[in-house]
Design a protein around this ligand. Structure first.
Ligand SMILES: [Zn+2]
Length: 350
C-alpha cells in the first residue's frame, strides 16, 4: 500500500512524506506543536505532535502510540496511515458539497493561497463564504477579525495589552487587572472635561506636536476624553444602555474591557457629535493626523468591520510608521492588524 519513497523506521513513518504523496498542503506551528493538513477536496487533518490522537474531518481517532518529532520530521506510527490513506478514495461529505457547490476544484486551494490564511479557521472560512458572497481575500480577513461571529462573541483576552499596536475591539478584551504603564496628565490648557485626564506619555508627545501644528493653521484641538479605567468605562456603557437602550450603547459605546480608551492610546477630539465632521479641524485631522501617529479609528462606511458607528472625533495612537501605513492602506485598524501585525505562526516550509 505504501510507496517505497516513504521511510519506515521502527514502525514510524514521516508524516510529511505521506501528505506530500497525497497532495495535501501541510501547515506546522512549532510553538503549538500542531500539524494541520488540508486536501483540495476539503479533507482536514490536525494532530498535536506527541499525542496519539488524530482529528480527521472533525472526528478524533486514537492510536496506541504517540507521534514523535525526529530530525526535523514528524514521525507517526505506521498504523495511522490506513486511516489517512482512506481519505484518498472516500471523500467526506463536506468535501463533496464544496466541489459541487462551487463547481471549482481549486476552491479550497484559493483559501490556502491567501497570505493570511489560518489553517485553524478553515471550517469558519468555508461556512462564512456559504453565507457571504465576498471575494476570498475578504472572507479570510473578515473571519480572521472574528466577523463570522456576532460582536462580543468568541472574545479573546488580549495578551499584549501594553503594546502600543494593541488591537482592542469587540472580539478582544483587555485583561481585568490591566492598567497602562506610562500614563501622564494631559495639560489642562487643552483638556475639557475631567480634571485628571491622562494618556500614554508617547501618545501625549505626539499629540502636543499635532496640536501645535494645527494651531499654526488657526485650528483649535481640544481633548474631550483620554484614558478611562475599566470601571469608568463600565459606568459610561451602563449609562448609555439605561438611557438609550442596548443597541445604541453597543454602537457608540464600548463594553468595559473593550474600549480603546482603556489602553491609554485613544483620544476624543473637540466634540463627540457627528457634526464635528463639518469643521475645519476635522478636515485637517483626516488629512494630517497620521503624520503624528494618530488614525481615525472608526471611519464612515466601515461600521460592519469596526463594530462602531462613525466617530469623526475618535483617534488612536499607533506611532507614525504604523499610522502612516494604515492611512495609506485605506483599511480599518482591525483589517490592518490581522494582515500585518497578527501572526498565526503556521508555516508550510518545514
Ligand atoms: Zn473615543
Amino acid at each position: 500500500m505504501m510507496k517505497t519513497c516513504m521511510k519506515v523506521k521502527n514502525n514510524y513513518v514521516s508524516i510529511n512524506a505521506i501528505f506530500k504523496e497525497l497532495g495535501y498542503i501541510v501547515f506546522y506551528n512549532e510553538q503549538k506543536k500542531m500539524i494541520i493538513s488540508i486536501s483540495k477536496e476539503g479533507n482536514y487533518i490536525s494532530h498535536q505532535i506527541g499525542t496519539n490522537v488524530m482529528n480527521i474531518n472533525k472526528k478524533n481517532y486514537e492510536f496506541n502510540k504517540s507521534s514523535i518529532f525526529e530530525k526535523g520530521t514528524i514521525m507517526i506510527p505506521t498504523n495511522y496511515i490506513d486511516k489517512v490513506l482512506n481519505l484518498r478514495f472516500k471523500l467526506n461529505e463536506s468535501g463533496k458539497d464544496l466541489k459541487t457547490e462551487k463547481n471549482n476544484k481549486s476552491y479550497i486551494f484559493q483559501f490556502i493561497a491567501e497570505p493570511y490564511f489560518n489553517p485553524e479557521k478553515f471550517y469558519q472560512y468555508i461556512k462564512y463564504n456559504k453565507d457571504n458572497e465576498l471575494p476570498i481575500n475578504e472572507i479570510v480577513i473578515h473571519v480572521n477579525i472574528g466577523l463570522d461571529q456576532p460582536f462580543y462573541t468568541n472574545i479573546k483576552t488580549i495578551n499584549d495589552p501594553h503594546n502600543f499596536l494593541v488591537l482592542c475591539n469587540k472580539y478582544r478584551q483587555l485583561p481585568k487587572s490591566f492598567r497602562p504603564l506610562n500614563l501622564v496628565k494631559i495639560p489642562s490648557t487643552y483638556f475639557l472635561g475631567d480634571r485628571d485626564a491622562k494618556i500614554d506619555a508617547t501618545a501625549l508627545e505626539h499629540l502636543i506636536l499635532m496640536r501645535n501644528d494645527a494651531q499654526k493653521k488657526g485650528l483649535e484641538l481640544i481633548i474631550v476624553s483620554g484614558y478611562r479605567t475599566n470601571s469608568y468605562q463600565r459606568m459610561l456603557y451602563n449609562n448609555s444602555k439605561e438611557t438609550k437602550g442596548i443597541e445604541h450603547a453597543d454602537t457608540y459605546s464600548a463594553r468595559p474591557g473593550h474600549s480603546e480608551h482603556e489602553t491609554g492610546f485613544a483620544i476624543d477630539i473637540n466634540s463627540v457629535e457627528t457634526t464635528f465632521e463639518n469643521t475645519k479641524e476635522f478636515e485637517w485631522l483626516v488629512k494630517n493626523s497620521y503624520k503624528y501617529g494618530y488614525i481615525l479609528r472608526y471611519p464612515k462606511g466601515k461600521e460592519h468591520i469596526t463594530g462602531y458607528g462613525y466617530e469623526p472625533w475618535h483617534y488612536r495612537f499607533l506611532g507614525i510608521l504604523t499610522a502612516t501605513a494604515v492611512y495609506k492602506s485605506g483599511l480599518t485598524y482591525d483589517e490592518y492588524y490581522v494582515q500585518n501585525i497578527y501572526k498565526n505562526n503556521y508555516t508550510t516550509n518545514f
